[in-house]
Every structure is written in structure tokens, then in C-alpha cells.
Write a protein that binds this ligand. Structure first.
Ligand SMILES: C[S@@+](CC[C@H](N)C(=O)[O-])C[C@H]1O[C@@H](n2cnc3c(N)ncnc32)[C@H](O)[C@@H]1O
Length: 260
């Protein structure tokens, strides 16, 4: 990895994990980041925290816009009406990356509220910059593992939709177990959806697309809106990871299922 100077002229990649955690907490005290999970009985995670470079713009956005848009992770139900200051349809997005697609979707669907969940601090900074500068009001961010967020903060039947765009493919056989889209996780998603609510997934890895189709089709509470894969809905722009996949010659598969 090429070393890049951090906000204080130091080199981020030369920090130890604990120093990086401390630095993140110092610029963004509400960040739910405490360094790598070293506990013995940890659940297999769908992500590895990458300590990417935090740009000056992202750091400033964390500071300026974090208090308005970020909701700290808590082991308790989130009052969404209070968080958004209104009652509206609610869509939760898992793993928004740098957040360009999230900001674009939210700007185009102002009648809907979006809860973006991401673990990567530079991504949170990047989305905050887009939201703050674009004055987009219908997004809130929780920086934490989406599994915990769904289990602890979202009430059963609390959501109208879930977006998961280009989740980490974990394409090596021995890493497949880290994939997010598995039967137990989809059961959790379904439990948080209202009747009629939707799950929209997209991937550029064909074998993951096949797995997604099998897992969603195997859930008795879900109905496919298409015959197999779905056409990309108008509201979803191309995402950063999708563009990268397309450049590598990958195909793209969308899936849209509804809860009965
Ligand atoms: C391959 S990237 C895709 C980003 C974006 N959706 C796009 O298409 O450009 C997957 C993202 O999901 C995030 N992620 C993976 N597992 C997660 C989890 N359990 N909770 C929250 N975020 C997660 C990663 O940090 C990463 O930013």
C-alpha cells in the first residue's frame, strides 16, 4: 500500500490499529470504532476494517455534518420518527461504501427516509460531505456492523425496504462463509420488513448472484418481483464498485423480492 500523509502530516498507514482507532475517535467522538475485534467468540464478520486514508474533506465533513446525520450505535431500538423528524417510508442500506449512490437515490426519493449503515470511516466522511453540501435531509447514518444494527436498533416490521449493493464478494471458496447474503441473515432482514416491503440486492459476481437468487427464493416469506434476475430499477444509479466491476468485464445482476 502506498503511504499517504494523514490530516496532521503523519502517515496513516504507519499507525498501529490502536493509534488509528484513537485518531478516529478524536476527530469523530461518536464513531463506533474501537479497533479490530480480538474477542475469542466473535461472529464471522462480512467485512474487514480497512484503514483507508481519511481525506481532509472527509474529516471536515465528519466534524461539520456528523452531529446532524450520524446516529451512534446503541443496543436499543431506534425511534425512527424522532430521528428523521417525520413519519415516512424507511429504507435501510447496508454497506454504502463512499455513498455516491446513496446520496443520489435519497435526493431523487425525497418522500422516503434512508438509514445508511457502513463500518468504514472514510466512507462515512464521504457520504456526510455529499449530504451536507447537497443539503439532503432524508438520510441518517449508523457506523456499525449492520447485523447488530438490524438486531438491536430496528423494530420488527419497521422497514419498507432494504438495499444491499455490491456487498463484498468474498469470492475465494474458503472466504465464502463471510458473505452477507445467507439464509439466516435474510431471515433477519425479512423480520425487519413490513408486509409488502422489498429487498433489493445487486452484485457483479455471477456465483454470488446465483447464491443470492437461491437464498432469497428459498425464503418462504419472499416473492420474486421478476422471473429470476430483475432489470435495474430506475432509482438505482451505477455505483463505484459496479463501475469497477464493469471495467473488469463483469456482468451485473439485480434482484428485487417483496415480503408477502
Ligand atoms: C464492496 S463495497 C460496496 C460499496 C457500495 N455499495 C458500492 O457499490 O460502491 C461493500 C461495503 O460494505 C461494507 N460492509 C460490509 N459488511 C458490512 C456490515 N456487516 N455492516 C456494515 N457495512 C458493511 C464494507 O465496509 C464496504 O464498504
Amino acid at each position: 500500500m502506498t503511504a499517504s500523509p494523514d490530516v496532521n502530516g503523519l502517515v496513516w498507514e504507519h499507525f498501529t490499529a490502536e493509534q488509528q482507532a484513537e485518531e478516529i475517535r478524536s476527530v469523530w467522538p461518536q464513531a463506533d470504532y474501537h479497533g479490530p475485534d480480538t474477542s475469542k467468540h466473535r461472529r464471522i464478520k462480512s467485512f474487514v476494517l480497512r484503514q483507508g486514508h481519511l481525506s481532509k474533506g472527509q474529516e471536515k465533513a465528519l466534524h461539520d455534518f456528523g452531529p446532524k446525520y450520524c446516529i451512534p450505535y446503541r443496543d436499543q431500538l431506534l425511534d425512527l420518527d424522532a430521528a428523521f423528524g417525520r413519519s415516512a417510508p424507511r429504507v435501510l442500506e447496508i454497506g454504502f461504501g463512499m455513498g455516491q449512490a446513496t446520496a443520489q437515490i435519497a435526493a431523487g426519493r425525497s418522500d422516503t427516509d434512508f438509514i445508511g449503515v457502513e463500518v468504514h470511516t472514510p466512507g462515512v466522511g464521504s457520504l456526510l460531505k455529499l449530504l451536507g453540501e447537497g443539503d439532503i435531509g432524508n438520510v441518517r447514518i449508523v457506523q456499525h456492523d449492520a447485523v447488530d444494527v438490524l438486531q438491536q436498533m430496528i423494530a420488527p416490521a419497521g422497514l419498507d425496504g432494504v438495499h444491499v449493493y455490491f456487498p463484498d464478494p468474498w469470492h475465494k471458496k474458503r472466504h465464502n462463509k463471510r458473505r452477507l447474503i445467507q439464509p439466516a441473515f435474510v431471515e433477519l432482514l425479512v423480520s425487519r420488513l413490513k408486509s409488502g416491503g422489498y429487498i433489493h440486492l445487486a452484485t457483479d459476481w455471477e456465483d454470488y448472484a446465483i447464491q443470492m437468487l437461491e437464498v432469497l427464493s428459498g425464503n418462504a416469506d419472499l416473492l420474486n418481483t421478476a422471473d429470476g434476475y430483475a432489470p435495474r430499477p430506475d432509482y438505482r444509479p451505477l455505483t463505484k464498485f459496479e463501475n469497477r466491476g464493469i471495467k473488469l468485464g463483469h456482468g451485473v445482476w439485480d434482484l428485487v423480492f417483496r415480503k408477502r
